[in-house]
Design a protein around this ligand. Structure first.
Ligand SMILES: Cc1cc2nc3c(=O)[nH]c(=O)nc-3n(C[C@H](O)[C@H](O)[C@H](O)COP(=O)(O)OP(=O)(O)OC[C@H]3O[C@@H](n4cnc5c(N)ncnc54)[C@H](O)[C@@H]3O)c2cc1C
Ligand code: FES
Length: 262
């Protein structure tokens, strides 16, 4: 883990209030697993003391660059969205345990299931799965066509199924409708998911006993490094059924299915 002022290479608006920020720095060489996050300091607002956790959406070790995709929602992320190329962003990371991808092998079917602003870390998962020769299927849910992003990027890696809550693109309704239709017909070797709680609960239920299925939680955080307990979630040991509180920032954000009380 490092703290670094990363150089902003590009800041691009992908959809209203959704930004893609390309960052360059030494810290990228430590990003070996998808699903980890950077804890970002709002750049100009000295009154905002807490960093904002944002997932790493893609990693390029060759150029020492990575990308973040984030929604400018509250004060801190709005502040981040004002930055331009050649400025810097103070980050701490890479933090958290990411998605295990090293056991993906050629020919396997890998599925990623993401909703809204939970989709970004799944792009690097899908990219690494494809590099390992797996067949990738992506299930992506958005509020509407206007706020869709990265569709072509996912389509370049495999089959993509999309739903929008308002029916403006793809299946009309929530992603669970597509999951209920397609999941009974396929047997994925590995499953990776990130997004709103009801979506994670659905994936967790479907794949509770699957040995390679994972959900990533986006719990509210303060320190991001395991020191303050702001981010605890309730988990159970799969064998003993004993309940235990775990810190999402350093014991997660990625957990195996069947473990977290979602
Ligand atoms: C591991 C992880 C990865 C994330 N990845 C992404 C991502 O890739 N793209 C993206 O747009 N968002 C992501 N989020 C959510 C993002 O961190 C929050 O939306 C953001 O921190 C809100 O800050 P704000 O300044 O916009 O809002 P404010 O309301 O000003 O934030 C106030 C405080 O609440 C915390 N907070 C508010 N909402 C959330 C939330 N949903 N999750 C965690 N903390 C929150 C903030 O960190 C801050 O400390 C992620 C969250 C976590 C925990
Ligand atoms: S945010 Fe402080 S322990 Fe997780």
């Amino acid at each position: 883990m490092k703290q670094e002022n990363m150089k902003i290479i590009e800041q691009k608006m992908l959809a209203p209030n959704i930004f893609e920020m390309t960052l360059e720095g030494l810290i990228v060489q430590e990003m070996l697993v998808p699903g980890q996050f950077l804890h970002c300091q709002p750049p100009t607002r000295s009154d905002l003391l807490l960093r904002r956790p944002i997932s790493i959406s893609s990693i390029d070790l060759k150029t020492s660059q990575c990308k973040l995709i984030y929604r400018a929602e509250g004060a801190g992320t709005k502040d981040m969205s004002q930055l331009s190329a050649n400025e810097t962003l103070d980050v701490l990371g890479p933090l958290g345990n990411g998605f295990p991808v090293e056991d993906i092998s050629e020919g396997e079917l890998v599925i990623v299931v993401g909703g809204g602003i939970g989709i970004p870390p799944l792009y690097e998962v899908a990219r690494q799965a494809r590099l390992r020769g797996a067949q990738v299927m992506a299930f992506l849910g958005f509020a509407s066509k206007d706020v869709m992003f990265y569709l072509e990027e996912f389509q370049a890696l495999g089959d993509v199924h999309v739903s929008t809550d308002d029916g403006s693109y793809g299946t009309n309704g929530h992603l669970g409708i597509i999951l209920d239709e397609i999941l009974p017909q396929i047997e994925p070797s590995a499953v990776y998911s990130c997004g709103p709680t009801p979506l994670l609960a659905k994936v967790d239920q479907y794949f509770e006993e699957h040995p390679r299925a994972y959900v990533s939680l986006e719990e509210r955080m303060a320190c991001g490094v395991g020191a303050c307990a702001a981010c605890v979630c309730q988990t159970k040991d799969k064998k003993t059924k004993k309940m235990r509180l775990k810190k999402v920032c350093d014991e997660g954000p990625v957990f195996a299915t069947g473990v977290v009380n979602i």
